[in-house]
Ligand binder design. Structure first.
Ligand SMILES: Cc1ncc(COP(=O)(O)O)c(C=O)c1O
Length: 387
């Protein structure tokens, strides 16, 4: 089918939920995708922050194909070597103390379970999250999402959600108390425009949680799995070295095979009993093979180091660009703040066959490239925005 035929068929048969780019992606390799019309695009949006290992990384493809031929799925009612190995591998790269995993299928589901586990561990209900944060579209996660219109879409909201101002510890202190189960945050608020907070903020949050017995949840659906130049934002210098009680993950975790996870510490896992949590597809063999292969590919190809070099390269290359006000973010989660709205730049890049993202901050263009993107590939982007 050509593009028009594909577009017409999709539009006729699906509920219109996304504003789509006018391309149909047919295949991908590394940081590149090819369209149904045979055109090649540089993907600096990483398939919506998912394809950290690059499109169709051979190691991941091989692992999935081999697993598919053996057994696609069996649930958590049985043991599985591939699940055991995935959990072992994931826990081995996790920050100290986060030594158990719970597997699910998406980011919103990881956050729902993270909040539920925090409530179970504390016997409390209230959850504090932040203005500008995005946590997903199911009932509890959307109720914790104080970005733009989302909570409104999710009405009626789940009770016991309250917001504080990201980066402002006093605003958290004002609402935190010994009825609070969890403080949940995106440590870099991606959709809000790649908004960052000082390491001191995270240190103070950790301290506040320790004093009041609150569970600290990092939603690392975007920042996790190497994206910000460390396996996780948690424990990194940018987090002031602190580690939360729970990390939620999805997006990059399976290189495109849908999978989510919560990493938890002993205090949290001790509060969970058989039948408290569950999901049919969580821990399925295909997804588990994808997790192990994703983490191995990131290690084999030194992608975490590469993510850091890409950030530095971009920052160095854009010094002196008079249209750019600031560059935000870490590693391969970057926001470029322009003097005015970034939508014309976004459109021009697309015309030049470079895919990037916007954000809810009109001036901020978002880059979420695969962690294997090269400086040479980034030059194509730099050339267009420097012209
Ligand atoms: C930080 C963050 N948390 C949660 C989610 C929800 O993930 P999913 O779309 O897999 O449910 C997203 C999705 O964009 C996200 O960016």
């Amino acid at each position: 089918m050509n593009f028009t035929q594909i577009q017409q068929l999709e539009d006729r048969t699906q509920v219109e939920t996304y504003k789509k780019m006018h391309i149909a992606v047919e295949r991908g390799e590394g940081a590149w995708v090819w369209t149904s019309d045979g055109e090649k695009y540089l993907d600096l949006y990483g398939g919506h922050a998912v394809c950290a290992t690059g499109h169709s990384h051979p190691h991941v493809v091989k692992a999935i194909a081999e697993q598919a031929a053996k057994v696609l799925f069996y649930s958590n009612l049985v043991y599985s070597e591939v699940r055991a190995r995935a959990a072992e591998k994931l826990v081995s790269v996790a920050p100290d103390g986060l030594n158990k995993a719970f597997f699910c299928n998406s980011g919103t589901e990881a956050n729902e379970n993270a909040m539920r586990m925090a409530r179970m561990a504390t016997g409390r209900e209230k959850v504090i999250s932040f203005s500008g944060g995005f946590h997903g579209r199911t009932a509890d996660s959307i109720s914790a999402t104080f970005l733009g219109k989302y909570r409104e879409i999710g009405k009626p909201n789940v009770p016991e959600h309250i917001s504080a101002e990201f980066g402002n510890i006093e605003s958290v202190v004002a609402v935190a108390d010994d009825d609070t189960a969890a403080i949940m945050l995106e440590p870099i608020q991606s959709m809000a425009g790649v908004t960052e907070a000082d390491p001191e903020f995270f240190i103070e949050l950790r301290d506040l949680c320790d004093r009041l017995g609150i569970m600290l949840i990092f939603d690392e659906v975007q920042t996790g799995i190497g994206r910000t130049g460390n396996w996780f934002f948690a424990g990194s210098g940018a987090a002031g070295g602190i580690v939360p009680d729970i990390i939620s993950l999805a997006k990059s975790l399976g290189s495109g095979v849908p999978v989510g996870a919560c990493l938890v510490n002993q205090r949290v896992s001790a509060g969970i009993k058989v039948n408290d949590l569950g999901t049919t597809f969580g821990g399925g063999m295909l997804a588990m093979a994808a997790i192990t292969a994703t983490l191995e590919a990131i290690e084999m190809d030194n992608m975490i180091e590469n993510a850091r070099s890409i950030e530095q390269y971009l920052r160095d290359s854009l010094v002196g660009n008079s249209q750019i006000r600031s560059i935000r973010g870490k590693g391969c989660l970057l926001g470029i703040e322009f003097d005015g709205p970034c939508s014309p730049v976004h459109a021009e890049l697309l015309q030049n066959r470079i895919i990037t993202g916007t954000s809810s901050e009109p001036n901020v263009l978002r880059l979420l490239p695969p962690l294997c993107v090269t400086t040479k590939e980034m030059d194509q982007f730099i050339e267009v925005i420097s012209a």
